[in-house]
Design a protein around this ligand. Structure first.
Ligand code: KE4
Length: 430
């Protein structure tokens, strides 16, 4: 039995002063009916909890740790930058550098504004689309999660789904009714809405590869269909690439699928582990933002020199290491191990992977949208999660989350993981 004594003590203390003992719900391990461990430190693909247990980490702080944890290049760069100051609230050169870098990586982003979280990025992209079009209604998809934005916490994914309450308390009906929520991968549902009220739709926002209900892929032609119908009705198409951006390709999913959204929400990787979000896109839309235009948005710590430095350094390291190609290679080795294991066990569980993101579903159903994911055997998932954790491999503590591989996951880490997954699957599926 793994000793997690100090974690338990810390969790009890945390619950006295922090709601649920956590600063973000998914960390509370509710979906796997257990208590969370507390981390002591992280380096490369490994994390250590306060009881000294070492684990191979496939959560990677939910995406930012693409190089692995605490890469020395990022640490050194932040340390150096900190000597010039920790926050200015004054324009600084780091903001120009990261904006230019983002524009070079993602050509659809003609102008970009830095914020402090993915939530801020999607929240402002929605406000901007409404301000630009003068329309109020938006469309999102069931199971897609865009942060804890009032108008987007409707049939949301990730932690909201994990808690089984996709619609959050505290969101006034008047807000929610402006958000039309549709099933993903069902073009006819979108057509029906546009035929009825297309001229009232300000924006469609989606994760082009939804990864907050496990990892789901758009059906052939679906993204192009969304691009065409938004074009036709003058609706703003927003790709939420907070998770997929700068990870699945240098230019994100939009580079992979060759589709150009009007706005993109970004985050995670571009912060190098420090608090960052960003949104950007067509200049004619972005120029509606204050102080240029009538749509207000602001932030004390936006463009913070340390966060900018961390993000810039992480992106440059990815370029130097040819990171995107290498992540595809490591991901392929990981997938081969999973598929061999499933074959050995005679279980045809659905497994989705693209590049360094993956999800094993505890169902043999084909996964097309969140309704299919809901058919998973959550009890088996829970047993798998703990069986793997007790053997030193940390997967996301929810069937509705994706897994992340980093450049720090070496061949021996992947081999060890495959062995652990085999034993954990045997135990979970027995
Ligand atoms: P943040 O506000 O948490 O930085 O970003 C919100 C967000 C927006 N869009 C997408 C596609 C996202 O995946 C997220 C946040 N992802 C979750 C993980 N599924 C963050 C983990 C958490 O909530 O603690």
């Amino acid at each position: 039995m793994v000793d997690r004594n100090l974690s338990s003590k810390l969790y009890a203390a945390a619950k006295e002063v922090i709601p649920g003992g956590v600063n973000s719900p998914v960390r509370a391990f509710k979906s796997v009916d257990g208590d969370p461990f507390f981390v002591q430190r992280a380096r490369g693909c490994r994390i250590w909890d306060v009881d000294g247990n070492e684990m191979i980490d496939y959560v990677g702080t939910w995406g930012p740790a693409i190089l692995g944890h605490a890469p020395s290049a990022v640490i050194d760069a932040v340390h150096h930058a900190s000597k010039e100051g920790l926050s200015f609230g004054i324009p600084n050169r780091h903001e120009v550098e990261i904006a230019r870098t983002i524009r070079d990586y993602v050509p659809s982003v003609e102008k970009v504004r830095m914020v402090n979280s993915g939530t801020e990025a999607t929240m402002t992209a929605i406000r901007l689309a409404r301000g630009f079009t003068g329309r109020d209604k938006i469309i999102k998809f069931e199971g897609c999660y865009h942060g804890h934005v009032d108008s987007l916490l409707v049939a949301a994914g990730s932690g909201a789904l994990t808690l089984g309450k996709p619609d959050s308390a505290g969101v006034p009906d008047d807000f929610a009714k402006l958000t039309i929520t549709l099933p993903f991968n069902r073009p006819e549902a979108v057509e029906e809405v546009f035929e009825k009220e297309g001229d009232q739709i300000a924006a469609i926002i989606l994760e082009p590869f939804p990864a907050n209900a496990g990892l789901i892929f758009p059906k052939e032609g679906y993204l192009q269909f969304l691009r065409d119908i938004t074009e036709k009705y003058g609706t703003v198409l927003i790709f939420d690439e907070v998770m997929t951006g700068f990870r699945l390709a240098k230019g994100g999913v939009q580079e992979k699928v060759g589709i150009t959204p009007d706005l993109t929400a970004m985050g995670k990787v571009i912060g190098g582990g420090l608090p960052v979000g960003a949104f950007g896109g067509r200049a004619d839309i972005m120029d509606h933002l204050a102080p240029e235009g009538p749509v207000y948005q602001a932030g004390t710590l936006s463009g913070n020199p340390l966060a900018m430095t961390a993000g810039i350094t992480q992106l440059k390291e990815m370029e130097r290491l040819n990171g995107w190609e290498r992540l595809d290679e490591i991901g392929q080795v990981f997938e081969d191990g999973v598929r061999d294991t499933l074959k050995e066990l005679g279980r045809d569980l659905s497994f989705n992977r693209v590049g360094s993101m993956f999800c094993l579903f505890f169902t043999e159903e084909k996964i097309e949208n969140v309704d299919d994911v809901k058919k998973s055997d959550f009890n088996a998932f829970r047993k798998f999660f703990w069986a793997a954790l007790d053997r030193g491999v940390y997967f996301a503590p929810s069937q509705y989350e994706a897994g992340f591989i980093s450049l720090a996951h070496g061949a021996e880490d992947i081999a060890r993981t495959t062995e652990v997954a085999r034993e954990a699957l045997r135990e979970a599926l027995a």
